[in-house]
Write a protein that binds this ligand. Structure first.
Ligand SMILES: Cc1ncc(COP(=O)(O)O)c(C=O)c1O
Length: 432
């Protein structure tokens, strides 16, 4: 392990002094690659006023349908702004249960569902609910950095398993990475950042592996509405025939992506068992008390009109993918179009720059913000207390950068053109 954790640096950026006494797990976690570029882009805009082409954030260029905004405003206007139960509004849980039954093949009863302020909070709660002292969680070596942060904060020791070809989970490698302390396997299909979408056979094999080893499974289905070459398959749909008390798949969903409701902050969790739903209620009580009431009303409207909105939103992002990304394949920066999700991982080896230098120089020279891909492959060295002692990055991720293709089509095409130009310029400079 070669790098310091960056803990002191993080403290400075937040304007706090981190004393040497601060030995918390949270204090050992460095800022992620996502916020690093976010801050850099904001700073550039503030200092120079240039228009930055923002390909670094998974925020869509389209808005929620009008009925969603109306339901939110109506709830506020009629004063429906008091606390709801920790588990959420009964009417929203009913609507979510109906959607899960019809669209996802899950038979979760409304009574087992929990509404959360965004699926990130749902994931956090679920991880807290599942964490045991010393327990390990299996995450892919190329992962959403927030999954790693959440795991550490909940008290898990993350174990990163190597991926197979096309960044797909390989059951043999997962089994080889597991230890007797492994408790949870996290599955994220469609995946952030790789865009990989698992098929039914792959999911079944992973579930069999988890069941054989008595692991729990967390299925993060944030991008369920964005599959471009087939249908999304929910992991928990394979557990329908299993008695509820024996199920192991805990699923997490969001309104942020399919309904373009990122800033509303709304998601929901379908715990596998009644017991886990009860534990989650305690965690939600302690962590959030409840989810914003008017936002939950907006969620009901979103679910009621979902057939039109989610299909329309998928088409918009798919069009972006099909129109804007092929030039990256032609330029040798992208192997194939992502099968799902909102992101593409580019290989910028030809530029001669490592991912972090590439992202920073691209921002400075071309005004395009992308995320350095090595940050999705951080490898923490964790001590006995669950604190990061040091970290490095998988060497094979040194030349990867992630772009989001859910953004405005003109911005996206501009960003892609500038990325290709920049790579050509860097390659020419390197040749001398
Ligand atoms: C894989 C994945 N899961 C969950 C989320 C969280 O979304 P939210 O908290 O907005 O529901 C994101 C957001 O980017 C994501 O990429």
């Amino acid at each position: 392990m070669t790098r310091p954790t960056g803990r002191e640096h993080t403290g400075k950026q937040r304007g706090m002094s981190v004393s040497s006494e601060n030995r918390s797990v949270a204090g050992s976690i460095p800022s992620s690659c996502l916020v690093t570029i976010f801050w850099a882009a904001e700073k550039l805009v503030e200092e120079t006023g240039v228009d930055v082409v923002k390909l670094h954030v998974g925020d869509p260029y389209f808005d929620p349908s009008e009925d969603v905004a109306q339901a939110f405003v109506d709830a506020v206007r009629r004063g429906d702004t008091k606390y709801t139960g920790v588990e959420g509004l009964p009417a929203l849980r009913e609507a979510a249960a109906d959607k899960l039954r019809t669209d996802n093949g899950l038979d979760s009863e409304a009574g087992r569902l929990l509404i959360s302020p965004g699926s990130a909070q749902g994931l956090t709660g679920l991880l807290q609910a599942l964490a045991e002292p010393g327990a390990e969680i299996l995450l892919p070596e190329l992962h959403w950095p927030v999954h790693l942060q959440q795991s550490l904060l909940a008290g898990f020791r993350p174990v990163l398993y190597p991926l197979g070809p096309g960044f797909r989970p390989d059951p043999e490698r997962i089994a080889a990475a597991a230890t007797p302390r492994t408790r949870v396997l996290l599955i994220n299909s469609p995946a952030n950042p790789t865009g990989a979408v698992l098929d039914g056979d792959e999911i079944r094999t992973l579930l069999d592996l988890a069941r054989r080893n008595r692991w729990q499974v967390i299925s993060d289905e944030a991008y369920e509405h964005f599959c471009y070459e087939g249908d999304h398959i929910s992991v928990a749909s394979f557990e329908r025939e299993i008695p509820v008390a024996e199920r192991i798949v805990h699923s997490v969903f969001t309104f942020s992506k399919g309904f373009a409701m990122t800033g509303y902050r709304l998601g929901y969790v379908a715990p596998a068992t009644d017991r886990m739903a009860d534990v989650m209620k305690v965690v939600q009580e302690a962590g959030i008390i409840g989810t914003s009431t008017p936002v939950q009303h907006a969620g009901i409207a979103a679910l009621n009109s979902r057939a039109d909105s989610t299909a329309a939103n998928r088409k918009l992002v798919q069009r972006n993918r099909d129109v804007a990304l092929p030039p990256l394949i032609k330029a040798g920066l992208l192997r194939e179009l992502p099968a799902g999700g909102w992101y593409a991982m580019l290989d910028v080896t030809r530029s001669g720059l490592d991912a972090e230098s590439f992202a920073m120089r691209l921002l400075e020279r071309k005004g395009v913000a992308v995320v350095a891909g090595n940050g999705f492959a951080m490898r923490p060295d964790v001590d006995d207390q669950g604190r990061i002692r040091s970290h490095d990055y998988a060497p094979w991720a040194r030349h990867l950068v992630r772009i989001a293709f859910c953004v405005d089509p003109v911005e996206l095409e501009t960003g892609v053109r500038r990325i290709i130009e920049f790579v050509e310029e860097c390659a020419a400079e390197a040749k001398g």
